[in-house]
Design a protein around this ligand. Sequence first.
Ligand SMILES: [Zn+2]
Ligand SMILES: [Zn+2]
Length: 142
Amino acid sequence: MHEPPSDTQRPLACLHGCGALRELYYDGIMIDVCPSCRGVWLDKSELPALIKRRDQQWSDQLIDHVLSTLGQGGIPAEELAQQRHCPLCHTHMDAVNYQGNSGVIIDTCPKGHGVWLDHNELGKIRIFMAHWQRINHATKPA
Ligand SMILES: [Zn+2]
Ligand SMILES: [Zn+2]
């Protein structure tokens, strides 16, 4: 084990105030997971690696349900009102619509420390990335 960067204090605290995040290896990628609310903290470089994984299978029903709620641009007012702070630098996190129009809102540290995903957001992003073509079809006027 080599020394982590000096600004890395582990364990990190859950952004929802639940307590300490638990470090977990997810097929070689270290992620920090909250055992209470199941939110996930990822270093920015880890997000694309996790999204590319195609190990998980979803039922068509779940995919349809998730896609019906996704594909929206913009950021809902309630997401902008969230007060979440980076567990490393305590800067206010920016709410970002993943890919601009996925409809999945993630929180990112403006200083680049990482991103916070609520418990179902990683699944939503992965479903979006794997099946976004179906959103385009669904929203085209008949
Ligand atoms: Zn939590
Ligand atoms: Zn930060």
